[in-house]
Every structure is written in structure tokens, then in C-alpha cells.
Design a protein around this ligand. Structure first.
Ligand code: SF4
Length: 207
């Protein structure tokens, strides 16, 4: 039976520990410079001083764990000139056949999530494959299994929507209309609207 796998991210539970990021790097033996799952910290606000000298804080910060979203309309697949980037019709997983990849990096430019990443040693692209080997064994992806607060989950996207709703983006994520990501978010209480956030990414060098 065909399905479309997706991720669920409960932003209210994420502490920014990056266990998901480390588990992904460990599972896929990724070197420094390639990080298929990343955790963005988004922060903003200020402390306003009242006439009596008191402070009124409006500061906020929250985390977003992000990897490939195995999108329903994957810009990476559309951009790939060699058919190396493919979407599996049975699972919806988007992956790269590195034996066909010519390393042109068009997928990297096309993806608004920074998911495809260049492997300079092999001169081909690489990316999250949803831990397809674990999925085939009925096990969760490494990032999901590693999360100590159970902020990450996965499943058929229609089941995730039924359980958690249909929110697919908060700041600083891109417009979900671009690729229709298979990602559902339970937003943090201070989550800012996509495209209109009042903060900025606090850890850009990590992304
Ligand atoms: Fe492709 Fe990027 Fe969507 Fe992943 S997140 S399927 S790489 S467009």
C-alpha cells in the first residue's frame, strides 16, 4: 500500500539539545560541514523601560528541528537534470541515486530548506533519506529515536494531519506553498508567523 511519510515536530517540547542532529550525523557517518538535520534557534523581542524605570520584557526564543521534508511537490526533483533525485511512489521518500548524480548542485539551489548537501569528496549530492533502511525494518528514523523529549515523530502524513492539524511552517521556515513539505508542526506558544516573524535566526553558522 502506498503512503506518504512525513515528520511531526512538537515545538513545545523541543529544548534545542540537538540530539536529533547528532544522531543523524552518527547514523549516516557525516563529516564536519554536512548536517542533514539541523536545529534553528529563532529569537527576538526586547526589554522596554517604563517611566518608573521598570522593565517590560517581550523577549522570545524557540527551536525548529529541520531536515528534508520529503515534499509532495519536491523542487529538488524538478530541478535535477540527471534523474538522480527521485521520489519513491510507495513511501514518498525523496532520495538521491548517487551513481546517477552529476554533482551539478541544482537541487541545492532549488530546495528552500537547505536539505541537499554537497559531498566534496565524492563530488555528488547527499541528503536525508528518512533512514529508509530503518523504515524498511519497521524502526523509526535515527533523529526520531534519539529525541529525549519526544518532540519528533513520523508517520503517514494523513495520519499526522488527523492527529496534529495541518500547520507546516512558522518563522524562520520558508513558504510551504513552494514545495508542500510533509511536515506538521505543533507551534511553540511564541512561534512567529511564517514570513512575518519579529525575530531572527540566532545560530546561522550552525545551519
Ligand atoms: Fe526536495 Fe528540499 Fe523538499 Fe527535501 S525539503 S524533498 S530536498 S525540496
Amino acid at each position: 500500500m502506498s503512503q506518504q511519510l512525513g515528520f511531526f515536530f512538537d515545538q513545545t517540547r523541543c529544548t534545542g539539545c540537538k540530539a536529533c542532529q547528532v544522531a543523524c550525523k552518527d547514523k549516516h557517518d557525516l563529516p564536519v560541514g554536512r548536517t542533514w538535520r539541523r536545529v534553528a534557534e529563532y529569537a527576538g523581542g526586547s526589554f522596554a523601560t517604563g517611566p518608573d524605570g521598570s522593565f517590560s520584557p517581550s523577549v522570545f526564543a524557540y527551536y525548529t528541528s529541520i531536515a528534508c521534508n520529503h515534499c509532495a511537490d519536491p523542487a529538488c526533483v524538478r530541478a535535477c537534470p540527471s534523474t538522480a533525485m527521485r521520489k519513491d511512489p510507495g513511501t514518498g521518500i525523496v532520495s538521491i541515486d548517487q551513481s546517477v548524480c552529476i554533482g551539478c548542485r541544482y537541487c541545492e539551489w532549488a530546495c528552500p530548506y537547505g536539505a541537499p548537501q554537497y559531498d566534496p569528496a565524492a563530488k555528488v549530492m547527499s541528503k536525508c533519506d528518512f533512514c529508509a533502511d530503518l523504515i524498511a525494518d519497521g524502526k523509526p528514523p535515527a533523529c526520531v529515536a534519539a529525541c529525549p523529549t519526544r518532540a519528533l515523530d513520523y508517520g503517514d502524513i494523513e495520519d499526522l494531519e488527523r492527529e496534529h492539524g495541518t500547520l507546516r511552517a512558522v518563522a524562520p521556515l520558508p513558504d510551504p506553498d513552494i514545495t508542500r513539505p510533509c511536515l506538521i508542526i505543533n507551534p511553540h506558544r511564541d512561534a512567529q508567523p511564517q514570513g512575518h516573524g519579529a525575530g531572527s535566526v540566532a545560530n546561522p553558522k550552525e545551519l
